[in-house]
Ligand binder design. Structure first.
Ligand code: GAL
Length: 461
């Protein structure tokens, strides 16, 4: 058996818009996702998160299911516009009450809440009136909102994640336009990202200065897929590093080193905003742990003729800025997102982070897979998902054995949910959700995870 360190955190994760539903209930204001889903053609089958898993009304049942799995932590996000309907000034006490009850229910069940402040659902008012992440006011708005969360939930909550995957919000939201707010540009992603980094850092400063007595920890969850050099050539090896720098280094370098990677500065010139001296100080060291969302791997090779057509893999970045071509191995196993299942990529990713960022405490804040699960005789045998988790957790263990300080793992996702532009067709959950009746059915993977947690390790068989 692959036994994990004894204080290893075994968790599971979700996000507000993907599961809560109750999109306009009890005073919640609209978010950019509430608006985005109404644009024809943006979401598969024109679906939305209006009802989603109806977690807003069923959270007690959900916490009981989590308890059954034996997780020690649950990562969820707060919908900003549920507690501040316009993103500023006015507070919606009904929204506060919902999260307060959820937190208390988790604590009673012995599950530690890990709270993400921003998982992409920006209050619509801030988008319309202040230009969202492109505007100058956003980082202070975010810090004010974070302050409200620390004030009301802090103490009971001691693990905070400022932003979820700013790469996605910047690239898919402001570059490719496939996620809210649906903008397409090759400059705006860099500006939006710049403001996200500042927003993160301001919230962290405030938390440390004003709420330090709560003895909590705060960090950011960045996403990155592994990039393996296609050949052993120096050019491809450099291309793979460059691809990682444009993906993860874009956000993690500022947080750990105080500035963007040199490769980005060189290639992007004026399109990459600059931090002032004061901002360098503010952002450097602004994370107590390294949050990583990791899903897949691709090959990278040097290519100075990359065009945006033909090279949009969704997880690739603005390829023409990087001079990197991405490719796949047809022999790999693929999920229904067409993401390759490559556990060794996860190990390499963790080791790369440890090496580049001074061996920080790392938490995998998301890892998982979508398969087209089916209920047969009341059960869902998702053996492919079990194999996925087994493979990735075994890779995690190898990284730990090699000295990586991986402290915890959050399986994405606790239950099937609204998978953004893919709607409900893609199922990532360890619990099956029937989106007509809203019934939840534990899949085989939930049972497997429970067993793994009980053993504090992955069984070999
Ligand atoms: C992440 C995201 C999650 C979930 C997952 C699977 O990028 O944070 O919300 O959708 O991917 O696609």
């Amino acid at each position: 058996m692959n036994t994990f360190p004894k204080d290893f955190i075994w968790g599971t994760a979700t996000s507000a818009y993907q599961i809560e539903g109750a999109a306009s209930k009890d005073g919640k204001g609209p978010s950019i996702w509430d608006a985005f889903v109404t644009i024809p053609g943006k979401i598969k089958n024109a679906e939305s998160g209006n009802v989603a898993c109806d977690h807003y009304h069923r959270f007690k049942e959900d916490v009981q299911l989590m308890k059954k799995m034996g997780v020690n932590a649950y990562r969820f996000s707060i919908s900003w516009s549920r507690i501040m309907p316009t993103g500023k000034d006015e507070i919606n006490e009904k929204g506060i009450e919902f999260y307060s009850n959820l937190i208390d229910t988790l604590l009673v069940a012995g599950i530690e809440p890990w709270v993400t402040l921003y998982h992409w659902d920006l209050p619509l008012t801030l988008q319309l009136e202040e230009d969202g992440w492109l505007g100058k006011t956003i980082s202070d708005r975010f810090a004010d909102y974070a302050n409200l969360c620390f004030e009301r939930f802090g103490g009971r909550v001691t693990k905070w994640i400022t932003l979820n995957e700013p790469w996605v919000a910047a690239m898919l939201g402001h570059g490719q336009g496939v996620f809210a707010p649906g903008r397409t540009s090759n400059t705006e992603p860099y500006l939006a990202a710049h403001h996200m980094i500042l927003a993160h850092a301001k919230a962290v400063k405030l938390y440390r200065e004003k709420y330090g007595f709560q003895n909590g920890k705060i960090g950011i969850a960045n996403n990155c897929d592994w990039r393996e050099p296609l050949t052993k050539s120096k050019q491809d090896q450099e291309a793979a590093v460059r691809a990682l720098e444009f993906f993860l280094g874009w956000f993690a370098d500022p947080v750990y080193k105080g500035d963007y990677p040199k490769s980005m500065r060189e290639r992007l010139g004026k399109r990459l905003p600059k931090f002032t001296e004061q901002e360098h100080q503010l952002i450097k060291g602004s994370s107590d742990f390294f949050g990583l969302n990791h899903y897949t791997t691709m090959y990278a090779s040097h290519d100075d003729g990359v065009t945006s057509e033909g090279n949009v893999y969704g997880n690739g970045g603005i390829s023409e800025d990087q001079d990197v071509s991405l490719s796949l191995d047809p022999n790999w196993e693929y999920t229904t997102m067409n993401w390759a299942v490559v556990p060794w990529g996860c190990q390499k990713m963790l080791e790369w982070i440890a090496e580049r960022y001074g061996n920080p405490d790392i938490y995998i804040t998301e890892n998982g897979c979508s398969y087209s699960d089916e209920v047969i005789n009341g059960a869902v045998n998702d053996y492919k998902r079990v194999a996925f988790f087994k493979g990735y957790l075994t890779a995690c263990k190898k990284a730990i054995d090699n000295g990586v300080k991986l402290r915890g793992y959050f399986a994405w996702s606790f239950m099937d949910n609204f998978e953004w532009a893919s709607g409900y067709e893609k199922r990532f959950g360890m619990h099956y959700v029937n989106f007509k009746t809203l019934e939840r059915i534990p899949k085989s993977s939930a049972e497997w995870y429970a067993e793994t947690i009980a053993n504090n390790g992955v069984l070999d068989n």
